[in-house]
Design a protein. Structure first.
Length: 539
């Protein structure tokens, strides 16, 4: 079967709005040198412009403390200190990497919390409470804005985005207050920020599963609440994948569903499952408890495209950002370290670009602690890089996207509906053709499928090369397993060796030219990605 690219095809801008932002763990990690080194690498290699992380107000950032935390004597609770120094160091590091912060206002400092309880199963225990005193919270936010503008200047801070909270629809984990509580929190927070500086951009609701968009927009419009942009999230394998008001109105049901069932039968089943694990590492225990839904459930391959299109419609004229997205909602899923992630990234970054104004892939590094700081270099983390900074297949997926030209050739839709999808681009005297065979369920033993690519050209090319992501290219986990026998304590020479061996490089491709067409062949396994680069003598 031919994939034919004709000269008559129209072109449109290649938006590359995946470069808008990238996600990471929580704010404390931004104080680490390995984090900042990797962040700069991501910016320099991929051109990503911003970074978003949780917990800028988490208690480990020590933004508000009292003397009782140190000396539990009567009356020491009355001696209080406000200190945003650690926030400043985190943002200094972001700016030094050449990026800007996408500020997520979270979580509630316990000294300001109505219920200073701990959140969900998150390793660093975010406080998921509403404020105890609205005015105290508003004053705290104003002081934060004043601190930022004094440190960086108002013009710089106004170029950032301020998003109120993270996934408030997941009550068991991130927010105890439901939709009404979140709308209240958003309102007082947005008003406080605007009172500090009316030109700062504020938005939300940062929900999971593309939810609450229309309901939240209407709430803001009808109550004259400041709103500059809308944001939401979408993962394949999300336990809650609904979109629209019918789902958004059922937050309490979602909250109940998100909690594990701990009846006698469920506990017995969990015990049996854990007892069956032979090698009782922390990672194996987590994998026994957490199902990789992308491998076990029939998930529609076009879920992100469909849900983002509906969210775009619901957002109206407001900018819409997907401030988290990814191929899997389960950290520790083994396929997070495979080409499956790269194929998902490539297909969906191209499929959703007209549905949003920017996105933030979750996340840039396995320097990440929502579940646990794992010892294994390849443990199924969400990162584009592993903890040692080794590029994983997801990184290479974005790298191939970054090499595509500024003009996207508009191909007939059937090329995306086939088993192998295609996209074509041009820039200067080069054309790029992306091929991907994306499946929600990985199958490394599936037969390869071949395609003949025919490109209409007035003259033969100067050179044709190919870059591949597959079992043999861009696969550092395989090198780690086969050459280093899954060693956990890699030294710098070993890290460099794995990085070098697994790097995706240009290779010469076989091609022919006849009757005004360039012909070349591609053979892809499940979740393989190829980028064919055609260097032309003239356009």
């Amino acid at each position: 079967m031919d994939i034919q690219i004709l000269e008559k095809y129209d072109t449109k801008p290649n938006k590359k709005n995946w470069r808008f932002c990238v996600g990471s763990g929580h704010a404390l990690l931004a104080l680490r040198t390995d984090y900042t080194r990797q962040l700069k690498f991501i910016h320099d290699e991929l051109g990503i412009e911003r970074v978003r992380f949780h917990g800028i107000f988490h208690d480990d950032m020590s933004t508000v403390t009292n003397l009782r935390m140190m000396l539990p004597f009567p009356g020491t609770e009355n001696f209080r200190e406000l200190n945003f120094r650690a926030c400043g160091i985190a943002y200094d590091n972001v700016l030094a990497a050449g990026m800007k912060p996408f500020v997520e206002i979270s979580f509630m400092p316990k000294l300001l919390a109505r219920n200073p309880d701990e959140g969900g199963f998150i390793y660093y225990r975010p406080c998921a409470s509403l404020p105890a005193d609205d005015e105290a919270w508003k004053d705290y936010l104003k002081q934060f804005i004043f601190f930022l503008e004094h440190r960086y200047g108002a013009e710089e801070v106004r170029s950032w985005y301020f998003e109120i909270w993270n996934e408030p629809d997941l009550g068991a984990t991130f927010f105890h207050g439901g939709d009404a509580g979140y709308f209240h929190l958003y309102r007082i927070s947005a008003e406080a920020i605007k009172e500090a500086d009316p030109e700062i951009r504020v938005g939300g609701p940062a929900t999971s599963g593309s939810r609450w968009i229309e309901m939240f927009r209407r709430m803001c419009e009808e109550n004259h609440v400041p709103l500059d942009f809308l944001s939401t999230h979408q993962y394949a394998g999300d336990p809650f994948a609904g979109v629209g008001e019918s789902e958004a109105e059922h937050q309490k049901e979602q909250e109940d569903e998100s909690k594990p069932a701990f009846g006698a039968d469920q506990l017995a089943a969990i015990s049996r499952k854990l007892a069956a694990v032979k090698d009782k590492t922390f990672l194996n225990g987590m994998r026994a408890l957490l199902e990789d839904k992308s491998e076990t459930t029939e998930i529609p391959a076009d879920m992100f495209r469909r849900n983002s299109a509906l969210a775009r419609e619901q957002a109206g004229a407001y900018p819409l950002f997907y401030t988290e997205w990814g191929s899997n909602a389960i950290m520790t899923a083994a396929t997070n370290d495979t080409a499956k992630t790269a194929a998902y990234i490539v297909k969906n970054a191209l499929a959703v670009e007209d549905n949003m104004d920017g996105s933030s892939y979750w996340c840039f590094s396995d320097i990440f602690e929502e579940w646990h700081p794992f010892v294994e270099p390849f443990h199924g983390g969400f990162g584009l890089l592993n903890q040692d900074g080794i590029p994983k297949p997801g990184f290479w997926g974005f790298k191939l996207l970054s090499l595509c030209g500024e003009k996207r050739i508009v191909l007939p839709p059937e090329l995306f509906d086939d088993e192998i999808g295609a996209a074509a681009f041009s820039s200067g005297k080069e054309m790029q053709i992306l091929l991907f065979r994306q499946h929600m369920k990985n199958d490394e033993n599936a037969d390869r499928l071949s395609r003949r690519i025919s490109v209409e050209m007035k003259n033969p090319p100067a050179e044709v090369t190919v870059m591949k992501i597959d079992q043999d290219h861009g696969n550092p986990r395989r090198v780690w397993q086969e050459k280093y026998l899954c060693r956990n304590d890699l030294n710098q020479d070993e890290i460099a060796d794995i990085t070098d061996i697994s790097a995706v490089r240009e290779e010469r491709a076989a091609w022919s030219y006849e009757n005004g067409f360039l012909h070349t062949e591609a053979s892809l396994g499940v979740n393989d990605v190829w980028l064919i680069l055609i260097k032309m003598e003239c356009l």
